[in-house]
Design a protein around this ligand. Sequence first.
Ligand code: ADP
Ligand code: MG
Length: 699
Amino acid sequence: MKHVRHGENCIWRRVDKPAAYGYHRIMKENERISALKGIGEKTEKLFQKLDVYTVGDLIRYFPHGYDVYEPPVPISEVEENHVMTVSGAIYGRVSVGGSPKLQITTSYVKDLTGTLKVVWFRMPFLKNMLAGGGQITLRGRVVRKRDGLLMEHPEIFYPPAKYREKLDSLQPVYSLAKGLTNNGIQKAVKQALSSLEFSEDVLPSYIKQEYGLMDYQEAVRGVHFPQEKELFYKARERLVFEEFFLFILSLRLSAEEKGRMLNAYCMRPQPVMDEFIQKLPFELTNAQKGAWRDVKRDMDGIHVMSRLIQGDVGSGKTIVALLAMMYAGLNGCQAVLMAPTEVLARQHFHTFEEMFRQYGIPLKVELLTGTMTAAQKRSAYERVELGLSQIVVGTHALIQKGVTYHKLALVVTDEQHRFGVKQREMLAQKGDSPHVLVMSATPIPRTLAIILYGDLDVSVMDELPKNRLPIKNCVVDTGYRATAYTFMKKQIGEGRQCYVICPMVEESENMEAENVTDYARNLQESLGGNVKVACLHGKMRQAQKDEIMLAFAQNQIQVLVSTTVIEVGIDVPNATVMLIENSERFGLAQLHQLRGRVGRGAHQSYCIFMTASKSKETKERLDILNHSNDGFHIASEDLRLRGPGDIFGIRQSGVMNFKLGDVYQDAAILQKAGEAAAKTLKKEESSSVKERFLRILWL
Ligand code: ADP
Ligand code: MG
């Protein structure tokens, strides 16, 4: 028996674990992860890249998906770009080729329906193992190479009975940083879970009871290492509920605190603005006029503005924001616009500068982003602080400590679904209760919007500019790819431009970059030398991204192959074709946003949803997009069609960036959490609720 030692931070106790684990030190959530066995300084640094610093952060570093060990499929039914399992006999000769650095073992597996080529990398010893022939089960990604489909580097189950043990189990898949493996993270989480003393459950017990929610500790375990699907759903539900509950509570409490603040900014009429609107190359839509009227009324009113403009993609929200910012600027105040990506911030910056120059508006625009050099930032800070620039556009860099504003009267956030309320508040706190304007292209059904945006007045822009032709859509399988390329070529011949959203690779971000580059190279080959194809992905340096976006905007590049980094906001009206590969992997709302990159000008635009999936559900989902260009309709259909099963495979809609919860998918939980938050506030004094949640809420 080992000694049991008590100490301040260091208590030893026996835990219910296999003998091999022996004794575990009991840990607290705020301990550094280097307290875990096997995590040294180097690994700790890698985890920090994932924002995991403490043991508590680690157990809240949830898997982004699960590997489901599904039953084997007949070889004739394997699908390109999917991880699949097949079971059959090893067929023919096993050979080892490739180079000494990268040996490639090649074999074939055969069942009653067909034969599939299989390759492994750097595992020449497999030759002997497989040479004996016999039945085998393989699980790996199926890809298309020149000579047809093949399975790459599969996991081997030999004999196949070994697979049966894993069948239907869920293996957590974590997002990785370079140098960390999925297995490594799994191990660290396991260790943390077995030695952690959990802090007190934040959900009041009456809420847990009423809504049938499990304990925090059990839920965390259940989400990392689900024993079975049903328990996983319950575990996830509990954590999502908590996430929504805290979010709604913080909204309500801060709204209560602020009350309706008085408007300290006196705005005088600005005749220049009406002239500006008159001179625009287009007439504002009625929806734009209405939104601007609402905003102006707020800014002239007794109370500070808190307004959300909700308008479908392409409805022209930017110009409304610009008007509001101009109004503040011409009145001697400052206005700030925060965009979620650097690409988008720069686009707005250029648009505004160009418009002011063209129409002789005497306002100066400043850009403030994270990738600017220290010297550039310093001089920008200075101009902002002295009030030499009236309009400031940027990314998160706008809320950094070093930035001081000068009479900041208006704060605008574009594509709000990318920000938390927290960032919006932080920006607002940079001023002295400035007006707040939030712009969102995410058509959230009204019932949910009331919960999520309870603190805002809403203007809806439900009209597209008159010159727009509805986008023509089609849903096709991968056999149509060549035809799609020909079509793109024809459009380019007519002077137009195209986007291609590349297939996604889940494994690692590095592969994503490689994938986009490869795809672009192949596409360049198919389209020929007269067309310029370029690619864009998250791993590129900002300067490179800017260069490419600028060249695309000026039509020096005709086809942009990209990951979803172009999802929000980008405005190149000359682009008329959007081709989305693997469209089954996206949520409907996200697909709608992507499609919104085309159909922004007077030319007929097209969206091609490509999918290799033959499933009926996929067809049904994509059909909704095929037949509707209306974001609100799509959002409500998305809600109707999504079930808990979708948690595997489909990416989150990205609305408001919750860690686990998804506003669409978890709409029912959101409703309940809203109800529960209201009950809690009614039952308890706000001050005691606040005290209890202070640790967690950002109030
Ligand atoms: P979103 O609402 O998606 O942010 P934008 O503000 O980027 O849309 O506008 C999309 C495009 O439509 C821009 O090129 C913009 O100049 C143009 N636009 C905006 N309003 C009108 C209008 N009333 N008539 C014609 N084009 C417009
Ligand atoms: Mg926009």
